[in-house]
Design a protein around this ligand. Sequence first.
Ligand code: AMP
Ligand code: MG
Length: 473
Amino acid sequence: MTQAKPNPFLTLNYEIVMEELGDDYYDKVPAAEFPQHILRFRNDRLLPLLNLDRQSVSDRDFIEAFGQFQGVRPFLALRYHGYQFGQYNPYLGDGRGFLYGQVRAADGSIYDFGTKGSGRTPYSRTADGRLTLKGGVREVLAAEVLHQLGVKTSRCLSLIETGESLWRGDEPSPTRSSVMIRFSLSHIRFGTFERLHFIQRPDLIKKLLDYVIAHYYPTIPNCEEKYAKFYAELVERIAKLAAQWMAAGFCHGVLNTDNMSITGESFDYGPYAFIPNYNPQFTAAYFDYGGRYSYGNQPFMCKLNLEMLQQPLMAVISPRDLETGLAQFEDYYWQSYCQLMLKKLGFNKLPIENVSELIKVTIKLLRNNDIPYHGFFFELREGFNYGWREDSSTILENASFSNQVDENWRNLYHQALNKLPIEEMEEIGDRLRFHNPKTALLRPVIESVWEPIDRKDNWEPFYELLRKILAKE
Ligand code: AMP
Ligand code: MG
């Protein structure tokens, strides 16, 4: 008789770095048992990072590890607090998830397998510890779209439907349940440090920071100034992340400090939305009455969260170094935003005075007219041709919003094209294709794949959408 092949997820080289930090940072928790396990999504594109491939991992392997939780190590519900809509909340923590394990990946980095929807923990308060299937579907889609757009983000490794009925105020209920595995560098949040400040444990702040720097900031040498260097780099990473969201037309929705990752990845974007039009006031979360976390406010909110993080970091970094670090935020943000928008317009480099002007005028055009944000860049990609270099009036002449494009914008774009040698025209076309996919994950698109799942358990439109996202169609 042949021996059954061991489950590759159970025999990965798990490292116990977070566990070794000690139980000041987490609680060991059990996983929930579910009545059903149906694998709805497996992210085969992540497998090579784990030195695995599609053939070596069966659906059953996913289910055993990430639905039935035949884990190899204790599961750790991480402790954290956070500022929610500006109010300090000391009653947070992993309320429906835990750290399943940490693995050194093929790229040399250590990654978390974090769960979402895996049962109640000491931090669940009155809630059920579950994730709705729709919530899982939404996060799978957003993570893949953001990743394809070049935004640093956590990904989903798997989504398993679990056969329970859940009640939610923001979804027609009862609604279906799921458990997701989130794959990211770390689940340590700004709020993880805020909690340690709240409980007055500067020693634990230092210990956690040493861990964060050693594992997620590998270019910082182990020296006296390493904490100040860490904060400066965190500011840079978060500023760049905010720029990536803005260029991608992404509104996170709830930028509380417990949803800010210490690694600078996008993270925990429950009520997110991609903007239909360029509107700084666009708000994703229905409960964000004041528009605090609106699309246009995101850079400001990221900076504010970095400023709040100074409180716990003062345990090891001088106020002067913190101030110096934060002062760079705007520069990093604007430089990065310009670079990303330039790429969406097809360019890599332009003389500096043209860049700011072209971008400002493009934003003005999008803001003052009824032009879809993603559609604008997609139609730029589709319509692009060498003739645009000769005659500015032909630029976007066949676009569905052509009559709204003003002469000023056309002239600037025309000038930009003419700043470059003709040989670069091909590269511009390539860049437009690469940075401006056809498929935009607008809310009606998500609803259009959710409805068949909800009504007829038909998953084909969901898989077809994923296929398009991955193919950058
Ligand atoms: P979030 O809004 O997902 O960032 O979560 C805010 C806090 O509420 C965190 O402490 C979560 O763990 C907790 N939480 C959210 N939803 C649930 C749930 N269904 N069950 C238990 N805890 C939850
Ligand atoms: Mg959260």
